[in-house]
Design a protein around this ligand. Structure first.
Ligand code: FCB
Length: 451
């Protein structure tokens, strides 16, 4: 298949380590890891998989698997200092990595923001100035790498860095306030728009997009109006708010109405929605699961800031080690919806920028993991991509999450998503899923047909 790009994805904070080397400053995740109880087992990103020092071997590993593209993120606090000046030593690292990838015939796919905000930025994403600083940072990276990197993703999953981080109090910085969550979402989206504009002005031929995460919600009882309405509100802040905005449609009226007094009317200035809605070259889609929802009783802070009573009802489907239900049919339906509603009408292709499974891996005496469960997950989801493509969705690539077992945010190192095992000595041992994935790439086969 020549019109399909195969790759794997990672994120800086989850793999790099070297958290104080060569002038890297602290991110909000370094700070969050210090909060007692915030991260499982008190884990942190100080060493992670030590990719900062082992990048050369990791690129060789990718080449061995036949990856055509590698989606990685740049750590903002590694390349720009608190006073705004570029940090040449940090940029050198990404230059080495990009050159190494290109020499290995692997396309670098660069994400500018995968959650590791410089801790020095006052107010974080609650401050409009952070959006402007983000655009300046984008240009710093582009100045160094723009002649070699052609694909630029502004943000990874802004829902997580706003609704979860500022609404549900779970990931860094760990706040729980609906107005803060919506304000952060707006400033993230504004940062996307400003960065996309700056990159476009600097480089007319760059391909610029954003990665959004989708967890489709289905009502526990499709005949119950209260359940249908709670699903509408969940979908509103989780999906339509972000997707409508980046496709130039502005913020959905029902979301603004549902938010009521919590809507950050002062933060959303005239002209902002036009900046956010500048044309995209691709939509990155991250998908793991769907959720069945009912209207329950609000229990503590919720990422669903206009639907705090949303309650997930387990359906008894098989789950991954995250407890996430496995639903490849939901993936095919999602891709159809994204194509029909947003990407298709705008003529924008879709790339799956993350999909994968945490499994309770059991290594044998040599450290080899025969992860048939992960293979089954990937296979079924690739088949869903094939199905969606057959039905007309313009999906042009797939990045497995993730290359290496790594720091899974608040779950620390306890959850393993890698197709390559990283053991206690940080040795890389490809799992059965890595071999299987390499075969899929070699044959260009998307997945076994589903009955
Ligand atoms: C996504 C993140 C990624 C990883 C996977 C499991 O939300 O983008 O970094 O943690 O989930």
């Amino acid at each position: 298949m020549t019109d399909f790009l195969w790759g794997a994805a990672t994120a800086a904070f989850q793999i790099e380590g070297a958290s104080t080397e060569d002038g890297r400053e602290a991110s909000i995740w370094d700070v969050f890891c210090q909060v007692p109880g915030a991260v499982a087992n008190g884990d942190d990103g100080t060493v992670a998989t030590d990719h900062y020092h082992r990048w050369e071997a990791d690129v060789a590993l990718m080449a061995g698997l036949g990856l055509q593209a590698y989606r990685f993120s740049v750590a903002w606090p590694r390349v720009v200092s608190a006073d705004g000046t570029p940090n040449a030593a940090g940029l050198d690292f990404y230059e080495r990595l990009v050159d190494g990838l290109l020499a290995a015939g692997i396309e670098p796919w660069l994400t500018l923001y995968h959650w590791d905000l410089p801790a020095s930025l006052p107010g974080g994403w609650l401050n409009r100035a952070t959006a402007e600083r983000f655009a300046q940072y984008a240009l710093v990276v582009h100045d160094r790498l723009g002649d070699r990197v052609r694909r630029w993703t502004t943000l990874n999953e802004p829902w997580c860095s706003s609704m979860l981080s500022y609404g549900a109090g779970v990931p860094a910085p760990g706040h729980a306030d609906p107005t803060e969550a919506l304000t952060a979402a707006h400033h993230l989206l504004l940062g996307h728009g400003l960065a996309a504009r700056a990159l476009r002005e600097a480089d007319a031929s760059a391909s610029i997009g954003i990665t959004l995460n989708y967890t489709p919600a289905v009502p526990a009882d499709p005949t119950n109006p209260a359940y249908i309405d709670v699903v509408r509100r969940v979908d509103g802040t989780a999906h339509r708010l972000f997707t409508d905005a980046v496709f130039g449609r502005g913020y959905p009226a029902d979301v603004v109405a549902d938010a009521g007094a919590a809507w950050p009317a002062e933060a959303v200035r005239a002209g902002d929605e036009a900046v956010i809605g500048a044309p995209l070259d691709f939509l990155g889609v991250n998908y793991y699961t769907t959720e069945m929802i009912r209207a329950g009783v609000p229990a503590g802070p919720s990422p669903h800031v206009t639907a705090p009573e949303a309650e997930v009802v387990p359906r008894g489907l098989p789950t991954t080690d995250m407890g996430w239900e496995i639903d490849p049919d939901g993936f095919a339906r999602l891709l159809g919806r994204l194509h029909d509603t947003w990407a298709g009408p705008a003529g924008v292709p879709i790339y799956i920028t993350e999909n994968g499974a945490a499994c309770a891996d059991e290594p044998d005496a040599d450290g080899f993991v025969n992860d048939t469960d992960r293979i089954a997950y990937l296979d079924a989801h690739l088949a869903a991509v094939e199905e969606a493509r057959g039905a007309g969705a313009d999906v042009r690539g797939y990045f497995a999450w993730t290359l290496l077992d790594n720091f899974e945010w608040a779950f620390g190192y306890a959850k393993r998503f890698g197709i390559v095992r990283v053991d206690e000595e940080l040795r890389r041992i490809p799992k059965a899923s890595a071999r299987w994935f390499a075969q899929q790439i070699a044959t260009g086969r998307l997945g076994a047909p589903r009955s």
